[in-house]
Design a protein around this ligand. Structure first.
Ligand SMILES: Cc1cc2nc3c(=O)[nH]c(=O)nc-3n(C[C@H](O)[C@H](O)[C@H](O)COP(=O)(O)OP(=O)(O)OC[C@H]3O[C@@H](n4cnc5c(N)ncnc54)[C@H](O)[C@@H]3O)c2cc1C
Length: 406
């Protein structure tokens, strides 16, 4: 008899875990609260570990990446208070192997991975379905599930429940305790969405940074897609975040900057982006990610937040590693979960700590920090852009001589 696992959440963490489980010989069943599989989403930097985990999960060939080609002079710009632009070190410029994607690109690749391909069975997915009660017994976990479409509730038994239902996980709440026990408040907000059109006078694949103390606006250019906007600001008023329309809150946060053409274009575009993300920023810190036969993965377990830019990579890696641990310890779930967590936790802790430093890059806490960060980045940029320009010239020369060869 194959063991059955309930995976809660059809995001990156849930689908990665489902593929890992299936590889370990388990039968995963995914339940997702939404009535449809989501597509699109915001801009994501994938780190090499994420790309490697995608390969480990067998989905690398399905993953569409969108890194823009570098142009001499660069394609990332910083805009100062007078509206002057100057080239800046782009996050994709450094030789770190980052991949630029939309969240939907990763999820589309994983979706192909969980769909049957002739060699492996398709993973069962139940949309508009949520767990409302989770009870662990001697031989398994009994879950009360609710179908939002019909309102029907039914009980089902599983050998394992995987909570992959995001930062405000309901599995975590039901099994481990209230959000307040695990969510740390970063006193900052995020708003992200896809622009319909690039900011006028910029190339379609350009990235633009408008960074001021405590508030910043980034436009991330892509190779074959309209750019994405990513706005963040530091605030003390987190409890009021959902009071009133998010667009008004974001406009208030950037008040005094509307005269700047980039800011005006992005704020006006937000009005036409009803599916934008607007949320407070937190990290999730848990002393342990599993309890009996319930385990959490991805943002539910270790959300490092948007500043770390590691959430998708760590979710892919976490799902792949869970499968490996279950395969290596087939007879003992507790030992498998211990081994999984022991292997993963040092990496997660290291990445989580780096988020505070990265936050200063994305949104400086003060004017001196802004000046320091831009000074350091400018020094690095000169060297990096010299190297990229030399590589560009070499590649262009090689292309020209192969075109003229008889
Ligand atoms: C603006 C922004 C920018 C980011 N940028 C980056 C980046 O550059 N690089 C990077 O690596 N990461 C980035 N991240 C983080 C990354 O998107 C997440 O870490 C990643 O998507 C993993 O999420 P997850 O699958 O754990 O959770 P989620 O994406 O939150 O998915 C959870 C799923 O569970 C479902 N669900 C929730 N509750 C229930 C329930 N009760 N029952 C059933 N289903 C439920 C939800 O509908 C959803 O489908 C960013 C995040 C944000 C918000």
């Amino acid at each position: 008899m194959r063991k059955r696992a309930l995976v809660v959440g059809l995001g990156i963490a849930g689908m990665s875990a489902a593929i890992g489980l299936r590889r370990a010989g388990w039968t995963p069943v995914i339940v997702e609260r939404a009535a449809e599989r989501r597509t699109g989403g915001y801009y994501i930097f994938m780190f090499p570990e994420g790309v490697q985990a995608a390969a480990d999960l067998g989905i690398a060939d399905h993953l569409h990446t969108r890194n823009p080609e570098w142009r001499p002079g660069g394609n990332s710009w910083s805009v100062d208070r007078r509206g002057r632009r100057k080239p800046v070190l782009g996050l994709l410029d450094a030789p770190s192997g980052l991949a630029a994607v939309l969240r939907g690109d990763i999820e589309a690749a994983l979706w192909q991975g969980i769909s049957g391909d002739g060699t492996e069975d398709a993973v069962e997915v139940r949309l508009a379905t949520t767990p409302v009660e989770i009870t662990e017994g001697a031989g398994g976990v009994r879950v009360l599930l609710e179908d939002a479409g019909t309102g029907k509730r039914y009980r089902e038994d599983f050998d394992l429940v995987v909570g992959a239902d995001g930062m405000r996980s309901s599995v975590r709440r039901m099994v481990f305790g209230p959000d307040d026990d695990y969510l740390t408040n970063w006193k900052a907000m995020i708003c992200a969405f896809q622009l319909k059109e690039q900011v006028p006078s910029y190339e379609a694949s350009d990235s633009i940074i408008v960074s001021r103390p405590k508030r910043a606006m980034w436009v991330f250019g892509l190779a074959d897609h309209a750019p994405c906007a990513w706005l963040t600001y530091r605030t003390k008023d987190i409890p009021d975040r959902f009071a009133g329309p998010s667009i008004e809150q974001v406009r208030t946060a950037f008040s005094g900057m509307e005269g700047e053409p980039v800011v005006r274009h992005v704020l006006d575009s937000l009005e036409q982006a009803p599916d934008h993300v607007f949320d407070s920023i937190h990290q999730v810190k848990m002393p342990r990610w599993s309890k009996g036969r319930v385990v959490l993965v991805g943002d539910a377990a270790w959300c490092m937040n948007t500043y770390s830019a590691m959430g998708s990579s760590s979710s892919l890696r976490g799902g792949a590693a869970l499968g490996v641990a279950l395969q290596e310890h087939p007879g003992d779930l507790a030992v498998a979960l211990d081994a999984w967590e022991a292997g993963l936790r040092p990496y997660i802790t290291k990445q989580r700590r780096s988020a505070r430093v990265k936050q200063q890059r994305f949104v400086p806490s003060s004017r001196p920090v802004e000046v320091l960060v831009s000074g350091v980045l400018e020094l690095i940029r000169r060297g990096v852009h010299r190297r990229l320009a030399a590589e560009y010239t070499t590649a262009a020369t090689a292309t020209a001589s192969s075109a003229t060869a008889p």
